[in-house]
Design a binder for this molecule. Structure first.
Ligand code: PGA
Length: 255
C-alpha cells in the first residue's frame, strides 16, 4: 500500500504567491515518489491556483473542512461540491482545531455524510485531549470512532475513508512533544480492532490509519517504521518544503 503524506497548511501562507511557491516546491519532490501519495490541504481560497500545475497521480488536493449543507443561505461557508470542483479529492473532517471551534458530533456526522455524498474522500481525524495511564482515553477514541463511522457503515463508504489519529496534546505550536511510535502502534491496533467490531476484518485491515501531531523530519521515519503508520498528517513541517522532502523520500524508501 502507498504511504500517505498529508500536508495540512492550516491558516498559511498569507499570499497566493507564497502558496504557489510552496505548492511548486512540494510538488517537485512529491511527483518523484511513486510509492507515496501526497495530499496537500491548503486554505480553500488557494485551491484554484494549483489548476495550472500539471496533474500527477502522486499528488492530490484536499480541503481542511467543509460545510454540512450542499447549498443555500449560509454566509461564509464552503460546500463539498465547491471543493470538488476546485480540485480537491479529499477533505479533513474532525480536526481537533475544528472540534475546538464548535464542531460537535452531530455536526461532524452531517459533514461526513455530505462530503461522501458529494464525492469527496474523508480524512476523519480523532484523538484524545489527555492521555491517562489507566487507558480511559481509549473510551474517547472508541466513542469518536463510533460517531464517525456510524454513517459510513450505513452507506458502505469504507473505501472512501482514511483515519488520522492525532492526540490533541501532541498537535501544533503548544505541543511539547509528539506521541511515541510505540504508543501509536498500540493505539492504531486498538482503532483497527474497533473498526473490525463495527465493520468486519476486511475493512478494518484496509482503512489507512495515519499518525499526526508534531511530526517533523527527525521523527517521521520512526512513525512509519516502528509505528507501522500507513501515513502521516503534518502541520508545521509541511510549510518547510526541504524538511517535507526528507519525509517524502523516507516514506518512499519505507513503502
Ligand atoms: P502539527 O499539526 O504537525 O503542527 O502538530 C498537525 C495537525 O494539526 O494536523
Amino acid at each position: 500500500m502507498k504511504k500517505i503524506i498529508i500536508a495540512n497548511w492550516k491558516l498559511n501562507p498569507q499570499t497566493p504567491r507564497e502558496a504557489r511557491m510552496l505548492f511548486g516546491a512540494i510538488k517537485k519532490t512529491a511527483d518523484k515518489q511513486t510509492k507515496v501519495k501526497t495530499i496537500i490541504c491548503p486554505p480553500a481560497i488557494f485551491l484554484p491556483l494549483f489548476d495550472s500545475f500539471k496533474k500527477s497521480s502522486q499528488l492530490s488536493l484536499g480541503g481542511q473542512d467543509c460545510f454540512w449543507e450542499k447549498e443555500g443561505a449560509f454566509t461564509g461557508q464552503i460546500s463539498p461540491t465547491m471543493f470538488k470542483y476546485s480540485g480537491a479529492e479529499y477533505v479533513l473532517i474532525g480536526h481537533s482545531e475544528k472540534r475546538a471551534l464548535g464542531d460537535s458530533r452531530d455536526i461532524l456526522r452531517a459533514k461526513i455524510k455530505i462530503a461522501l455524498e458529494s464525492g469527496l474522500k474523508v480524512i476523519f481525524c480523532l484523538g484524545e485531549s489527555e492521555r491517562d495511564a489507566g487507558g480511559r482515553y481509549l473510551d474517547v477514541l472508541r466513542q469518536q470512532l463510533n460517531d464517525g463511522l456510524e454513517m459510513i457503515k450505513k452507506k458502505n463508504y469504507f473505501d472512501k475513508i482514511l483515519i488520522a489519529y492525532e492526540p490533541v496534546w501532541a498537535i501544533g505550536q503548544t505541543a511539547k512533544t509528539a506521541d511515541t511510535p510505540e504508543d501509536f502502534l498500540h493505539n492504531s491496533l486498538f482503532i483497527r480492532k474497533e473498526i473490525n467490531a463495527l465493520a468486519g476484518k476486511d475493512r478494518a485491515m484496509k482503512i489507512p490509519i495515519l499518525y499526526g501531531g508534531s511530526v517533523n523530519k527527525k521523527n517521521a521515519s520512526e512513525f512509519l517504521s516502528i509505528g507501522q503508520a500507513d501515513g502521516l498528517l503534518i502541520g508545521r513541517e509541511s510549510l518547510r518544503p526541504n524538511n517535507l522532502a526528507v519525509i517524502l523520500n523516507e516514506a518512499q524508501a519505507l513503502a
